[in-house]
Design a protein around this ligand. Structure first.
Ligand code: B12
Length: 291
């Protein structure tokens, strides 16, 4: 296959993931392998760019949960072919993650999205499913040499099990090698600080940035600072655009949502928390004008 055709195949692959076309993903991945393209190039240059677009479409409310899950399924179809090849060729994963919904909680849509996005970003992901007992997180982390434990909770009554899990991780002597990260609708950065979690992310795209930052694989410090600053500046721009719109209109609400999402990405990249909190407060004040 000529270089041009490989590029075209990568484009087709990315577009098939964006459309959620698992059949085309399957066929294109096989075709690439047959013509000698490496599994890691297929993932990094074909599939991940597609999933990045999906993450962005979701973050900006152009895609909703069903579309993302269909794209995630298409991504999974490709990963199912490539995973055994990667395992054989010994390509090191970016990191090893154990992720699950905490004990007593059966919500898994958000957790699945985060797991898929992490997998798409090159992490080796072990999903414990729903209703995960603290001991099960610990056992799975130990068995797989995980360096990240991700917990999801959607209920105010179950989020307390995040603290129990962190305590179980500490009691097992894993605190030095495992970063505990949390997420889910009722969870906040403040709650993460309160229970001693190593990080919080508000959405799947930010979860990937957070995990990479904690493992120091997001490029050098300068890149990371640059990424955080860039998200922050984009968030401020989005807020400025939103405040010019009439409260109660879709464009005002969309602008605020975008500003909020970008601020969370800046937070996940480790940007100055004081600046982040101040900007978040401004967004909240602007939101109050909706009412
Ligand atoms: C779908 C849903 C259900 C489905 C779940 C199906 C499934 N397979 O998940 C069903 C019908 C089973 C269900 C059941 C219940 N539900 Co329900 N459910 C919802 C609903 C409508 C959507 C949740 C969702 O999927 N959101 C979409 C995903 C994409 O968002 P997300 O989960 O927040 O995930 C994102 C981020 O938070 C983050 N994230 C998530 N996890 C993680 C993890 C990490 C590590 C990181 C970094 C980031 C991260 O990234 C994700 C992707 O961007 C919410 C309402 C709402 N709008 O939130 C209620 C809601 C969560 N449910 C609620 C309740 C009360 C219940 C029930 C108790 C109802 C009942 N009386 O039986 C039961 C509880 C069952 C149980 N024990 O868990 C309440 C919770 C109230 C509260 N504050 O505690 C809510 C808020 C509805 C409401 N307004 O009352 N529910």
């Amino acid at each position: 296959m000529s270089r041009f055709d490989v590029d075209q195949a990568f484009k087709d692959l990315g577009n098939a993931i964006i459309r959620g076309d698992a059949g085309t993903v399957d066929a294109t991945v096989r075709q690439c392998l047959e013509t000698g393209v490496s599994a890691s190039d297929i993932i990094n240059d074909g599939m991940i760019p597609g999933m990045d677009v999906v993450g962005e479409l979701f973050r900006t409310n152009q895609y909703y949960v069903p579309e993302v899950l269909i794209s995630a399924r298409a991504m999974k179809a490709g990963m199912a072919i490539l995973r055994p090849i990667l395992a054989e060729s010994g390509v090191e994963p970016v990191g090893k993650v154990v992720i699950g919904t905490v004990r007593g909680d059966l919500h898994d849509i958000g957790k699945n999205l985060v797991a898929m996005m992490l997998e798409g970003a090159g992490f080796d992901v072990h999903d414990t499913g729903i209703d995960t007992h603290p001991d099960e997180y610990v056992q799975t982390a130990t068995a797989n040499g995980a360096n990240i434990v991700g917990m999801s909770a959607l209920l105010t009554t179950t989020m307390t099990n995040m603290r129990n899990t962190i305590e179980a991780v500490e009691a097992a002597g894993l605190a030095d090698q495992v970063h505990c990260i949390i997420g889910g609708a009722p969870v906040t950065q403040r709650y993460a600080d309160e229970i001693g979690a190593d990080g919080y992310a508000a959405d799947a795209a930010s979860a990937v940035i957070l995990a990479k930052r904690l493992l120091g694989v997001l490029g050098d410090t300068q890149d990371l600072e640059e990424a955080g600053r860039s998200f922050y500046l984009q968030a401020r721009d989005a807020l400025q655009v939103a405040v010019r719109e009439e409260p109660g209109t879709a464009s005002h609400a969309d602008g605020l949502m975008e500003a909020e999402g970008l601020t969370e990405q800046a937070r996940a990249a480790g940007y100055n928390p004081t600046h982040i909190d101040r900007l978040m407060a401004e967004i909240e004040r602007e939101k109050a004008r909706e009412a």
